[in-house]
Design a protein around this ligand. Structure first.
Ligand code: PHE
Length: 334
């Protein structure tokens, strides 16, 4: 009878404690088996009561074990719903900024320090903004300098070959003074190799005001290359672009310290990084700016090439293949 009340009072919330209780009463060598063995020694007149008592004890103990087990199970199930709330958190996998974005942001940052804002435009352009307004009328031979992707059904619609198209849009919609850079993706129908791709990224710059001179252009470029590369020696080589006159190609002196330098610069130490020039008066007039009152300069560079240089990447295709093993290497450059 004592045991019956003990069973009634018993409670446990671990598997081990419940099992110990079960063994104590219901196990092979447990109390109940002992009592049943004792039964034959009980005097006849007490047999009935003794029998009833141990039967009750057996039923109660069995029930108790089942109840406790059920309670334990539903408790672990509940906890499972939320997971183990005491476990330490898992580290979050941080992404990395793409090298194109890293370099683009660096360039934007440098020019914003000398008063340039950022302008953007559509990648699908019309002939006017990509060519004609830029002093490249129909049948102009220089159109072939940039192999163009056309939309088959309409020769007027194309994928922009440079972000000079954004500068045209900017001039059409803003009055001088203008100081803007136009970063963005451009497309050219070129064979894909380690050095060139059919799409890449540019930052083009435009500065229009009264009395802007070639010296202003040179100083701006000098400032920019020093900030970006930490190398200050540049040279301008005469070149040709339909939208600038005079035009020049900008080289940075890279030095010849390593074999890579030698290869990159073809043994001269000079590395071409952009095109530039004084905006052709025809372009200003095409965009509604009085060329007798205003002058300006423009420049354009490829972000991809500069990213290859700065991060010593050997193949331009890596920039668009999205291989995480490549991208993960830029985590520290965030
Ligand atoms: N638009 C030229 C290109 O894509 C670059 C450039 C821009 C050259 C501005 C001169 C002036 O090649």
């Amino acid at each position: 009878k004592e045991h019956i009340s003990e069973v009634e009072k018993f409670t446990a919330d671990t598997k081990d404690a419940i099992e110990a209780f079960r063994i104590k009463y219901l196990g092979k060598k447990g109390l109940l088996n002992e009592f049943f063995a004792e039964f034959k020694n009980v005097p006849n007149d007490q047999k009935k009561e003794f029998g009833q008592t141990i039967n009750t004890l057996k039923i109660n103990a069995t029930e108790k074990v089942n109840l406790l087990k059920e309670a334990l199970e539903s408790k672990t199930e509940e906890a499972g719903k939320y997971g183990d709330l005491t476990r330490p958190g898992e580290a979050m996998a941080l992404g990395a900024r793409h090298p194109i974005s890293i370099v683009k942001n660096q360039i934007i940052d440098i020019f914003s320090r000398i008063g340039f804002n950022v302008s953007e435009g559509p990648e699908i352009e019309d002939d006017w903004h990509n060519f004609t307004a830029l002093n490249l009328p129909e049948y102009h031979p220089a159109r072939d300098m940039q192999d163009t992707f056309f939309i088959q059904t309409d020769p007027d619609i194309l994928l922009r070959t440079h972000t000079s198209s954004v500068q045209v849009r900017y001039m059409e919609n803003n009055k001088p003074p203008i100081r803007t850079i136009s970063p963005g993706r451009v497309y050219r129908n070129e064979a894909i190799s380690a050095r060139s791709h059919c799409f890449f990224h540019q930052v083009e710059g435009l500065y229009i005001d009264k009395d802007v001179s070639f010296a202003d252009l040179k100083q701006t470029l000098q400032f920019f290359t020093t900030e970006l590369f930490g190398k200050s020696k540049i040279r301008l080589r005469p070149s040709y672009f339909p939208f600038t006159e005079p035009s020049a190609e900008v080289d940075v002196y890279w030095g010849l310290e390593t074999e890579t330098d030698y290869k990159m610069t073809k043994g001269t130490g000079w590395l071409e990084i952009m095109g530039c020039g004084m905006v052709d008066p025809n372009v200003l007039e095409n965009c509604g700016i009085d060329s007798k009152e205003y002058s300006g300069f423009a420049f354009g560079m490829g972000i991809d090439r500069i990213a290859l240089l700065l991060h010593q990447i050997s193949d331009i295709r890596l920039l668009s293949e999205n291989d995480v093993r490549f991208l993960e290497q830029f985590k520290s450059t965030l």
